[in-house]
Write a protein that binds this ligand. Sequence first.
Ligand SMILES: [Zn+2]
Length: 333
Amino acid sequence: MTYDQYIAEIQSLSLMQRGQGAFGEYRGYPLYCIFSGRVQAKAVTVEVSVEGKRQTKFMRELNRSIKGLGSAAFKTSDGSVIQIQVKAADSFAVPFRQVMDRLAETAVSYGVTPPSVCPLCHRSGCDGWALLKGGYRPVHKACLEQVRDSVRASAQRNMAEGSYLTGILGGLAGGLVATIPCLLTILLLERIYALLVWLIPMGAAFGYQKCNGKRSRAAGPILIVLSIVSMFLMEYVFFVVQWSAAYGWGVGEALLTTLPFMLDPTFWIAVVQSSVTELLFLALGIAVSWKTLTSTAADEVSGVDACMETYQPRVPENAGFEDRQKEGISDGA
Ligand SMILES: [Zn+2]
C-alpha cells in the first residue's frame, strides 16, 4: 500500500493526521496509527488504549481472533496500551475495521473496556483525547492546558531568572559529588575503576538543574566542560592524597605544596596522559546522558505543545458515532 492511499483511507476513517501519526477512536477505543514506511508499507502499527487488568489470556485470545490480519502485544507494562501490527498490503481501512471489531468483541468477555480516566487528574468525564504517556488517552482539555501552562511558566521563569553562574556552581558541586564513588574505589582498592567516571556528567547535570542553571543551548557545552573539570579536580585530589600519604603531610600542607602544580602546564599534561581511560569513559558518560545535558527549557515547551497538537475533542455519546461508522463503511466500499 502506498502512503497516499493510506492517507486517503485515514481520512475515510475520520482519523486526524498529525505529523507521522493518525489519531482518533473506534467503537470508543482511542487509538493512533503509524505508517511503517516512507512511500510504501506492508503494515501499519495501531496502538489502542484500553482499561482493565493486563491479562495474558486476553492477549492470546485477541491474537487468535485476528490471525491472518495482524499480531498484537501489550506495549506498556500495565497493559493499558495494545500495539497491533495490522497487515495492509492493498488496503488499510478494511483490515483495520476487522481487527478493531474483533478487539472490541474479545475485550467484552475479559472485562476490558475503552479507557475513561484522565491520566493527569485520575478522574473520569473526559472531554477529549491526547497522546500522553505512550498512548492516545482520554483527557480533560483543562488538565492538558494546566500542564502546558505550568511547563511554559517554568520555562519562562528559567529563561528569565535562570543563571549560568549558580548553574555552574551547582554543576561543579554535582560533578564533584559524582567523583566520590570513583575516588573511593581508587583509594580503597588502589585500582582505577574508570567505569564510574561516567557518573560525573549526570552529577553535573543534576547540580546544574537543581541550582537553577539556565537551560538554554549553552547549557550542554557548559556541562561538558564542568564534567571534564570535575574529573581533573578528582585526579588532582588523588595526587594530593597519594603524596600526603607518601610524605606524611597533613591536608593543609599537601594543598599548599601542590597548589603551585596546578599552574604548571607540564603537571596537567602528565595528568591527561595518565587518564586516557578515564577520558574515554567520561566521553561515554556524556554520550549516555546527552539528552539530559542538552535538553533545554524550550524543548520541554515544544514537547508539551506536540502533545497538545494531538488533542481532539470527544464526539458526544450516541451522537455522531453511528453516522461516522456508516460514512466510513460507504467510503471504504
Ligand atoms: Zn483530567
